[in-house]
Structure formats: C-alpha cells, structure tokens
Ligand binder design. Structure first.
Ligand SMILES: *[C@@H]1O[C@H](CO)[C@@H](O)[C@H](O)[C@H]1NC(C)=O
Ligand SMILES: *[C@@H]1O[C@H](CO)[C@@H](O)[C@H](O)[C@H]1NC(C)=O
Ligand SMILES: *[C@@H]1O[C@H](CO)[C@@H](O)[C@H](O)[C@H]1NC(C)=O
Ligand SMILES: *[C@@H]1O[C@H](CO)[C@@H](O)[C@H](O)[C@H]1NC(C)=O
Ligand SMILES: *[C@@H]1O[C@H](CO)[C@@H](O)[C@H](O)[C@H]1NC(C)=O
Ligand SMILES: *[C@@H]1O[C@H](CO)[C@@H](O)[C@H](O)[C@H]1NC(C)=O
Ligand SMILES: *[C@@H]1O[C@H](CO)[C@@H](O)[C@H](O)[C@H]1NC(C)=O
Ligand SMILES: *[C@@H]1O[C@H](CO)[C@@H](O)[C@H](O)[C@H]1NC(C)=O
Ligand SMILES: *[C@@H]1O[C@H](CO)[C@@H](O)[C@H](O)[C@H]1NC(C)=O
Ligand SMILES: *[C@@H]1O[C@H](CO)[C@@H](O)[C@H](O)[C@H]1NC(C)=O
Ligand SMILES: *[C@@H]1O[C@H](CO)[C@@H](O)[C@H](O)[C@H]1NC(C)=O
Ligand SMILES: *[C@@H]1O[C@H](CO)[C@@H](O)[C@H](O)[C@H]1NC(C)=O
Length: 702
C-alpha cells in the first residue's frame, strides 16, 4: 500500500526534525570553563588573572569563591560593579563582563582553590575551579644538624633546612649525591623540613644535601657531617717482633687504633707517661724496662678512651759460666753446689742425677748422703736460662794415698821447728787430724796445726824430743779417709857423692837426707893438704892434716857444695856432718879425691889380705845390684809425693799429680860442667822451700 509507505516516510522526517530541535534545546544549558590552565603558578607580587569562558544563557548570576569563602556575586551585564568582599578588595578585581578574576601584586597567602559558579533560573548550576599557587624565590637556604656532635651509636641525628624566605613545592635529600628515600635508616620528615638518620654509624659520614624545587627556581644546600667514633680496639706491635729481647737491644713499640677524629695515643709504663706518641722507641733496653706497657687512646672530641696492655720481656744472660763445687756437711754428707750469678731471670739450676724434683734459681745446693757410688762420679749441674743452656761438672772423690812431707827450720827463739804436711787430693777437700802416739794433737806451745789442718808444726829446743813419739795424720772427707804414720829421725845423711871437674881443680860434693830426718844445717869437712890460694900457685900453707876440719857450713836446705882451688896432684878427703842445731848426726861416708895413692905398708898388707875378700865383695856387690834393681821396680808402685799445691777451693779440675822429681834421683843426669859454677852454687842456696830431701843417692860421673 503506497499511502502507508508515504506515512512512514513522513513520520521518519518528523522524527528527524523533532530530534534536531530537541538537540537545539540542549544548546541553551549554562556552561563555564577555564580559558587557560586550571593550575596557575605565580610569583608573589605579580599580577595574575584567572580567565574564564562561559555560554548557554544570557546574563547569568556569577559567584567567585576562595575555597568556600565568597569573594563576590553579581549578574553579568548589570550596571553596577561587582561588590568584592572588603578583605580581598585591595588585591582582587573582577571584570563584570568577562568574569575574569585578577590579582594585583598577589601576596603569598592567596594560594588557594578558586571556584566560579554560574546560575540562571530554570537552568542547572555551572561551575569550574582553579588552583592558584603563589611562590617566592628561595633565598639563603641552609642546613643544620642536631645534635652538633654526632657519635656512632647514638639513637639518631637530624638534618633540618631553613631559609630566609621562599616557598618550595618539593624537597629532596641526598647523601653523597644519592637520593635518600624513607627506610629503616632514614626518615624524611617533609612537614618538619628535616631528615632523621637513625642509629648513625661511621659510614654515615659524608655530604648531605637538600634540593628544594618550585616552578620558578630551585635551591640547594649541603653540609658535611662526620660521625665520630672510636678509639677502636688498638693494635700494639713491637718491631722487630721477638718473644723476648736481650738487654742492650733496640726496639720500638707502636700503638694504632681507628677512630674519628684520629685518637691521640700515649704510652704508660710503671704509672708514668713515657711517650706522647703512638711510637715508643726503646734503645739499649735494660731488664728494668721489661714489664707491662699500656697504650692509652683518647678521642679528643668525644672523650671516649680505651687502653690496652702489652708485656715486654727483657732478659740478660748470667755472668760467666755456672760453677760447680762440692762441700762436706758435718763430715758425713756431701753438699753439691751450683751457682750462676746474675742474669734476668736467674738461671734455673738442678742436678738431674741427684734429684729430678728439686732445683734452684741462681744458686742451688743439694745435700745428699755420701755413698760409695758418688765417689769419683761426675755430677752435672744443668743451668737453664732462656738465653742460654749451660752446665758444669763436679766430681767428688775420697782422699787418695799420699806421702807426708817434712821441713825443718829454726825459729827466732832458737827452737827447732819441724813442719809436717799431710795433703791428700780429695773433693771435698780433706780435713786432716793429727795424733801423737795415740793422743789427739791440740794447738799449744809445742804443737800448732795450720788453719786448713794440713800442716803440723812441732817446736823443741832439743832434737831428741822429736824422736820420742811417732805421729799420725789422717786425711778425711765424707767419702773416705787415708792415714799415714810419721816417724821422725835424727840428723842423718843417706848418701853422698863427689864430682871433680875435668882437670881436678874443683869438686862438687852432693848428699841426700832421709825424708823424715830433722836437719837444720851441714858442716862440710875436709882432710888432707890445705886448699890452694886464689892465684893457684901454691898452697896457702904447706901444712897438711890428717884430721877433718870444717871448711864450709851449709843451711838445712842445701844438698850440694862446690870446693875450689884443689891441687890435682894432691889427695883430699871430704865428709858432710848433718846437724840439728847443736846435735850432730853421723857423718856421711868419707869421699876421697886425688891421684892414685902411694901405697903405704899397712895398705899393701891390707890389699894382700883384701884380695880374697875382694872376690867375696864382688859376689856381694852383684847380689846388691840385683837387689837394687828389684827395689827400683817396687818403688814405682809406691805412693809418690804429690807436688804440693795451694788448692783452696775445690773446683772442677783434673787431678794433676806429677811424680816427684826427687824420687827419680837415681836417674838424675850428671852436672853440666860448662855451667857448673853457677848452677851448683845456685843449687846450694835456692832449693824450693818445701821439697823434701829425697832418700836416694845421686849418680856419680867423673
Ligand atoms: C599590575 O597592574 C597594575 C595596574 O594596572 C600596574 O600598575 C602594575 O605595573 C602591574 N604589575 C605588574 C607586575 O605587571
Ligand atoms: C578575559 O579573559 C579572556 C581570556 O584570557 C580574554 O580574552 C579577555 O580579553 C578577558 N577580558 C577582559 C575584560 O580582560
Ligand atoms: C594575607 O596576609 C596579610 C598579611 O600578610 C593579611 O593582612 C591579609 O588579611 C591576609 N589575607 C588573607 C586572604 O588571608
Ligand atoms: C631521636 O632521638 C631522640 C632522643 O635522642 C628521641 O627523643 C627521638 O624520638 C628520636 N627520633 C626519632 C625519629 O627516632
Ligand atoms: C661500613 O661500611 C663498610 C663497607 O661498606 C662495612 O663493611 C661496615 O660494616 C660498615 N660499618 C658499619 C658500622 O655499618
Ligand atoms: C628544578 O628541579 C627539578 C627537579 O630536579 C627540575 O625538573 C626543574 O627543571 C628544575 N627547575 C629549575 C628552574 O631549575
Ligand atoms: C723511632 O725510630 C724510628 C726508626 O726506627 C725513627 O724513624 C723515629 O724518628 C724514632 N722516633 C723517635 C721519637 O725517636
Ligand atoms: C694493664 O696494666 C695495668 C698496669 O699493670 C693494669 O692495672 C691493668 O689492669 C691492665 N689492664 C688490662 C686490660 O690487663
Ligand atoms: C762434663 O762431663 C761430661 C761427661 O761426664 C763431659 O762430656 C762434659 O764435657 C763435661 N763438661 C764440662 C763443662 O766439663
Ligand atoms: C795409748 O793407748 C793405750 C791404750 O789404748 C794407753 O794404754 C796408753 O796410755 C796410751 N798412750 C798415751 C801416750 O796416751
Ligand atoms: C815408731 O814406729 C816404729 C815403727 O812402727 C816403731 O819401731 C817405734 O818404736 C815407734 N816409736 C815410738 C816412739 O813409738
Ligand atoms: C881447669 O879447667 C877449667 C875449666 O874447666 C879451666 O878454667 C882451668 O883454667 C883449668 N885449670 C888448670 C890448672 O888447667
């Protein structure tokens, strides 16, 4: 049907028109919007306009608000000026046509939201809001920290910025150029313009900066902050490093510790400050300088202090070497002694062979029972010192076999003085006890025992008194004893010999005395023609005697004499008379010198009778020689005279017994005739003071 189609076409056209008009009706709605940006930044003192554009209805009623506060309300195109509230009138002007809001020389406190509302009766309200921000240039921005002195370990410290004037939009904090964010360590307090650093430590030392920004100008300020700490645990060192030092060494001690500011260190020794520096130089160090050294450290700013000790050990070697000795205690026990004087510390001494539990420092004695197994045993003392290990030896031994020796002199009072010495090598030194017959000898007018007991002096006017009794000496130490009997003899000569020189003008007469014979001097006697005068031309007198006459006197020590100016063509006889003061002993065998004697009648008779006797005599002589050789062999097994020695302190020494030369008298070489005069005359005066006369004869050489 065409009319229905027409109707549908018409009705759709109508709808289109209707809807067009309906759309046109929406154009009459009230509209208002910012003419520029809704956020407006401005510097204080400038002129600022909040410009709007509106449409939708003629002459609406307009209101401006600062926040919620009404600034002005008027109707567009009304004749009157908009009534601006009095508080704003000095700053704000409103253009009544365009509704623009203008601020002249805007102050800071005009920062706010500003809203414009438009109302037209029969239409809905329209509005739009501006945000106005008024800024100032930031001037003289500074940072400060609180507290002024920041110590590691305190609860917190605060950095705060301040400025003379200015408005900022944003603040940023930096530490050594890196932005700081809120964390467990940092607290950025925007409102308080501050940064709090919690539990600061030394790593928080550095440059802090704040950056304040606004749309017009940024400002920054920085401050260096030092977190003070220490002194930390110091390091004490010795250079060169040794476990101990010797007196005289040089070294230095150093003390170092971290801290801020760098701690001040000083060295204290024995309560005195000895160095105000970290390094202490010690040159030629002494043992008194050993001990505890304290390094004291102070942080000058925080007044925190700390100290640490170190021990310096200075040793000194004891003097010389250790010395060992042994002594007798109560004549029963042995006291071994070891000493090493001086030293720091004192040497530790011990006798490990005697006791492994006891020891001593510097000076150590150990008393033990004298037992046989100690006799001749070398005991070692170990001396331990940190600087040196040392030792010494001592050997205790009982007295050895010995021979007494005797000497005779005459004292100023004319008494014969017989000195007997009994000395036996022993360690400890042997003590000698003396007996006459079976009585103990005590000091008195007759007897005197030397302080070391080894010598007995007997004094009498008369030699016979010496022969009344026998004496005994006993050398004793804790390890044993040795005893000898001494039987004194009157003056006597055991042997004599004659040695002429080559041409028979000089003879040397020698003689020996038994070892225990009391002799104070000798008379040298001659029989025959007188001696030649010194010019040797003729005898002084032509006289000749058949009686012995004394031609020389010799002291008790003499054992030889020279007789000069003999006529080789004549015959002489000599003998020696031993004397003990006034008492003469038996003369020596008579010695003859001279050319073969013209045989007298009685002599011939004697010879004739003597021939058979001579054969017997030869036989006897052979037997005697054999006996002699036998005796010599035996003699070498007998105890020998030790050389007397002044051994007062028993020390580590090798026994050095040399056989007494006198005992070898039989092997003695003949006099040297080139040196005869000198040697023999010396011999007769300067024999060693205490060498006993050997009981042997002297070899004979013509
Ligand atoms: C603001 O406007 C006033 C009046 O028109 C004028 O005198 C002044 O110079 C202006 N200030 C600025 C900063 O433009
Ligand atoms: C109001 O503001 C607009 C947009 O900035 C401007 O074009 C217009 O001239 C202003 N009117 C007056 C009277 O200042
Ligand atoms: C802004 O501050 C000034 C003083 O600086 C004051 O006189 C004025 O009333 C204040 N204005 C507003 C809107 O607060
Ligand atoms: C910082 O330390 C002080 C005391 O030293 C304390 O009173 C304060 O609460 C601390 N501040 C913070 C943020 O921890
Ligand atoms: C400081 O920093 C160093 C290295 O970064 C670190 O080894 C040390 O433990 C820190 N000290 C403190 C007290 O945090
Ligand atoms: C201020 O600092 C901000 C952030 O660093 C920067 O984006 C801005 O350009 C700066 N403004 C001026 C005026 O320097
Ligand atoms: C300590 O000794 C060192 C060298 O060992 C020397 O350099 C230093 O100057 C000395 N110090 C003093 C205070 O003598
Ligand atoms: C360090 O030595 C001094 C003096 O000898 C002493 O008084 C102190 O207790 C010692 N200190 C330490 C930590 O050993
Ligand atoms: C001590 O005696 C031992 C043997 O007993 C020997 O080896 C050592 O050299 C002796 N020491 C001294 C100082 O005589
Ligand atoms: C020697 O001892 C015997 C008995 O032991 C005694 O009879 C005698 O009197 C003593 N002799 C002297 C001189 O004391
Ligand atoms: C001395 O001893 C000898 C030998 O033992 C002895 O013959 C003599 O009689 C004694 N003399 C005295 C005075 O006892
Ligand atoms: C005897 O010998 C000695 C040297 O031995 C010599 O000086 C002296 O003149 C000699 N006398 C005679 C008489 O030949």
């Amino acid at each position: 049907m065409p009319c229905v189609k027409e109707f549908k076409r018409l009705s759709s056209l109508f709808l289109a028109i209707l809807s067009f008009f309906t759309f046109q009706g929406a154009r009459c709605e009230l509209l208002v919007s910012p003419a520029g940006p809704s956020l407006v930044n401005a510097l204080a003192g400038e002129n600022v306009t909040l410009a709007v554009s509106f449409s939708g209805a003629p002459d609406p009623v307009v209101s401006w608000f600062k926040g919620v506060l009404n600034i002005a309300t008027w109707t567009i195109n009304s004749s009157a000026d908009p009534p601006v509230a009095a508080t704003f009138s000095s700053v704000i002007r409103i253009d009544k046509q365009s509704a623009n809001l203008t601020f002249f020389n805007v102050p800071l406190n005009y920062t706010s939201d500003y809203t414009i509302e438009m109302v037209k009766s029969g239409m809905s309200k329209a509005s739009t809001t501006f945000t106005l921000k008024i800024f100032e240039y930031i001037q003289s921005l500074t940072l400060s920290s609180q507290p002024g002195l920041i110590k590691e370990g305190t609860e917190n410290f605060t950095l705060q910025h301040s400025m003379l004037q200015g408005v900022f939009e944003q603040q940023m904090w930096f530490f050594n150029g890196i932005e700081i964010k809120n964390s467990s360590h940092y607290l950025v307090k925007t409102q308080a313009n501050s940064l709090v650093i919690l539990r600061p430590n030394r790593n928080d030392t550095g440059e802090y900066a704040v950056l304040l920004t606004n749309p017009f100008r940024n400002a920054t300020a920085s401050q260096n902050v030092s977190v003070q700490y220490g002194p930390n645990e110091p390091t004490l060192e010795a250079h060169p490093l040794q476990t101990f030092y010797l007196a005289g060494d040089s070294l230095n001690l150093s003390c170092q510790a971290n801290g801020f500011p760098q701690p001040i260190s000083e060295w204290v020794f024995g309560g005195n400050i000895i160095s105000l520096k970290g390094v202490l130089n010690l040159t030629n160090v002494q043992t008194s300088q050993g001990g505890v050294y304290t390094c004291r450290l102070v942080n000058e700013d925080t007044k925190e202090s700390r100290q640490k000790n170190m021990t310096l050990t200075v040793y000194e070697r004891p003097v010389g070497n250790p010395e060992c000795s042994v002594q007798s205690v109560n004549a029963i026990n042995l006291q071994y002694h070891c000493e090493w004087v001086g030293g720091t510390p004192q040497a530790q001494l011990s006798f490990p062979e005697l006791s492994n539990s006891s020891s001593g420092a510097g000076n150590f004695s150990l008393t033990v029972n004298a037992s046989d197994n100690l006799n001749g045993k070398t005991i070692q003392c170990m001396a331990e010192h940190p600087v040196e290990h040392n030792k010494c030896n001592i050997t205790a031994s009982g007295p050895v076999a010995f021979l007494p020796i005797m000497r005779t002199t005459v004292d100023s009072g004319g008494k014969i003085v017989v000195t007997v010495r009994c000395f036996s090598e022993a360690s400890p030194k042997a003590v000698v006890s003396w007996f006459s017959s079976n009585e103990t000898v005590t000091n008195g007018s007759t007897y005197q025992i030397s302080s070391n007991t080894s010598q007995l002096m007997i004094r009498h006017y008369n030699v016979s008194n010496f022969l009344l009794q026998n004496y005994t000496c006993t050398c004793r130490n804790p390890l044993g004893s040795k005893k000898r009997e001494i039987q004194l003899q009157g003056p006597s000569i055991s042997d004599s010999s004659l040695f002429p020189n080559r041409n028979g003008t000089i003879v040397t007469l020698t003689w020996e005395v038994p070892s225990m014979s009391v002799v104070t001097g000798f008379d040298i006697q001659m029989k025959g023609p007188d001696l030649l005068s010194k010019n040797r031309n003729a005898p002084l007198t032509k006289s000749s005697s058949n009686v012995y006459r004394t031609i020389q006197q010799k002291p008790g020590s003499a054992r030889s004499t020279d007789i000069f100016f003999l006529d080789p063509k004549l015959t002489y006889w000599f003998q020696v008379i031993p004397k003990a003061r006034m008492t003469n002993g038996e003369p020596s065998k008579s010695q003859r010198i001279g050319p073969g004697e013209g045989l007298s009648g009685p002599a011939i008779a004697g010879i004739a009778a003597g021939i058979p006797c001579s054969l017997l005599f030869l036989l006897l002589l052979t037997g005697l020689i054999y006996l002699g050789v036998y005796c010599i062999r035996n003699k070498s097994h007998q105890p020998r005279y030790p050389v007397p020695r002044a051994v007062d302190k028993v020390k580590n020494s090798q026994p050095n017994i040399t056989a007494n030369n006198m005992l070898k008298g039989m092997l003695r070489s003949p006099p040297d005739y080139n040196r005869l005069q000198k040697t023999l005359s010396e011999k007769s005066v300067s024999l060693p003071a205490f060498i006993p006369p050997p009981p042997t004869r002297v070899a004979t050489t013509v």
